[in-house]
Design a protein around this ligand. Structure first.
Ligand code: PMP
Length: 309
């Protein structure tokens, strides 16, 4: 979908499809005033058997869980996974999607000036497609430890994908860009590694995959989970635990993963070369298996939902 102007496309809003230009929220809504929306982004890719969404049910489940954590109880309401799948299919059809895209689905709290609360407030769902352009270089990302710490679970839970919480990511990412890096590494209050601004992180040491565990103030990434499963199936040991920053400095290889990051090799952190300074062999293998899984060229198609021909 290169050259595709998604701002001129069709968007799902509320109960149906509308032109992007007319899909609007009130400036008085809690979504706008407090960032009170939850969202997910998933890929729809071209496969030999048609256009396929990846782990769609898991994305819907995480959307429900984010709303649940936030006390946004009007969602799911009349929504079900089945309705969500139909909406995605209609959207893909309406935009005549023929190439890899990303799809962003958001549950907005649309009620106007309700104050800082979440229960019993009306929600609306928006879903739109946009080009699948990676947010990190795919041939070697350079990262900087963020001057901003990751929002802790006891304050703004990273486990919930809440729009307003992404100001934390904006601060970290902009700080990294301002310093000439591609993205940040967020640390928690104790100085342990969490994740990037919008991707999870893995390092490889002596052939083993190591990644911050799910109580490390991270978003529980769907690609993170996929890569853990994939690596185990390929006989690579995976360790989920607290990770020190200096372990990253002396890793043999490191990579970031996420729907919008894909699998991005990390070659430098805080002016220190990681491993050989090139994409490592295990990272390359994982990136390739991940790409094949998402593009329907592996034996495993259990995670694909076909949404168009
Ligand atoms: N962490 C953060 C903060 C993110 O925004 C994302 C992107 N959704 C991820 C990790 C990766 O999650 P996923 O693999 O589900 O895209």
């Amino acid at each position: 979908m290169k050259g595709f102007d998604y701002t001129k496309g069709q968007i799902w809003l509320g109960d149906g499809i509308v032109p992007a230009e007319s899909a609007a929220l009130s400036v008085m809504s809690a979504a706008v005033l407090y960032g009170l929306s939850v969202y997910t982004v998933f890929p729809v890719n071209k496969t030999p058997s048609g256009m396929a969404a990846f782990r769609l049910a898991d994305h819907y489940k995480r959307l429900e869980e984010s709303a649940h954590i936030m006390g946004i109880d009007a969602f799911p309401g009349s929504w079900t996974y089945e309705k969500f799948e139909v909406a995605v299919k209609k959207l893909i059809e309406a935009n005549k999607v023929q190439d890899d895209v990303l799809v962003r689905a958001t549950v907005h709290v649309v009620e106007t000036v309700p104050g800082t609360r979440s229960r019993g407030l009306r929600t609306e769902v928006s879903i739109f497609v946009y080009p699948a352009v990676p947010i990190l270089p795919q041939n070697g990302a350079r990262l900087k430890t963020s001057v901003w710490r990751r929002v802790p679970d006891h304050s703004v839970p990273a486990r919930a994908k809440v729009n307003g919480a992404y100001v934390n990511s904006v601060l970290g990412k902009q700080d990294a860009i301002d310093s000439g890096y591609d993205d940040c590494v967020f640390l928690d209050d104790g100085g342990h590694v969490c994740e990037l601004s919008a991707a999870n992180i893995f390092l490889i040491k002596r052939g083993k995959l190591i990644t911050p565990n799910t109580t490390s103030d991270i978003l529980e990434g769907i690609n993170r989970r996929t890569i853990i499963e994939m690596a185990k199936a390929e006989g690579i040991e995976v360790i989920e635990r607290t990770v020190d920053l200096t372990e990253l400095y002396v890793a043999d290889e490191a990579f970031a993963c996420g729907t919008s990051a894909f699998v991005a090799p990390i070659v430098e952190v805080d002016a220190r070369q990681i491993g050989s300074g090139q994409t490592g062999s295990i990272t390359r293998q994982i990136a390739q298996s991940h790409h094949q899984l998402l593009h329907g060229v592996s034996d495993n198609d259990q995670y694909l939902t076909f949404v168009a021909n």
